[in-house]
Design a protein around this ligand. Sequence first.
Ligand code: SF4
Ligand code: SF4
Length: 352
Amino acid sequence: MWAGPLDFFVQLHVTERCNLRCRHCYQSAKTLEMSFEEVTAAIDNVKDAIRGWAMDHEMVVSPSLHITGGEPVVRKDLFDVVSYGRECGFSVSLMSNGTMIDSEAARRVADCGVADVQISIDGLEETHDAVRGPGSFRRALVGVESLVTGGVETNLNVTVSRLNAGEVAGLARLGCDLGASAVAFSRLVPTGTGAGLESALLSREEVAALYEEIRELGDGGGIAVTSRDPLAVVAGMSDDVPEVDVPIGGCAAGMFGVTIASDGTIMPCRRMDMPVGNILEHSFRELWVESPVLSALRTRDAYHGGCETCAYWAVCRGCRAIALAHARAGGADDCLGPDPQCPYWRPMGGAD
Ligand code: SF4
Ligand code: SF4
């Protein structure tokens, strides 16, 4: 039995429409969009699964809904979706590019009880605009300032690559100056329109340097400087790691979270274009147990090429989306191979 509480999130893409065209966007070209009734049915489907887990396994589950797009603010019934999610017991966050959020939109975000908003910032002004389009940096900052002024907890989300790895400290300062609560960094996944950016991926040594810098900045006070990347967690770990064969942390795909695309397609993670079903056609609870892809992600022996023999498997497993993108670049549709950017492999059994 899980000792709990289990934090479980659903990343819900309510649209694939967006007012920007970013170079590294992981979205593919799907155009279907669930109606409001379908979105609420999708939320009900997940809610039923969570209730079932709680009752059958005596678990305390803490569910959250991360609503994103595309750009979620383009959807006119966005705040109705937020309210419905909250009524169903989910803590609701928004993930936005920020460029459509003015003081009125910020007021509505605050009024409907959004827990926090994550705004994507991909570098200081020149870098961000090169990735997301001219003027988008200034417009995103207006969004951040409107939210902060409106009393909404606001975080900056940065996708890190060679395009912006030299700006980490500057971005932490920017977040602090804007009154953001945190600046969170995640690695670029070369998928979707970002598939052409392999040369911008950090090397193993650059990843190690990045997470050392983030740790040092995080200790500096003023603002939380963080990363949910499993490798960032491993980078700060002592050698005293529980070597169990059940995931207890690390990559959320198939374990602590799931993504629902705007047409209802269920994927292990927003960055893994690997459909396992559709929320409008399947019982989420059954799919969660029966999907071969989700089951394999939880099974040490299914991995190959490094993680399966690593002391950190239970708390890490690397980024499965990056492993998948790496394998696909070599012609294999495989999400269980090595995370090619990992500098931390350590043999099981405590040997050096
Ligand atoms: S080898 Fe895999 S489990 Fe081990 S630290 Fe690297 S990514 Fe994590
Ligand atoms: S696949 Fe990568 S981006 Fe997705 S949950 Fe795992 S670590 Fe995070």
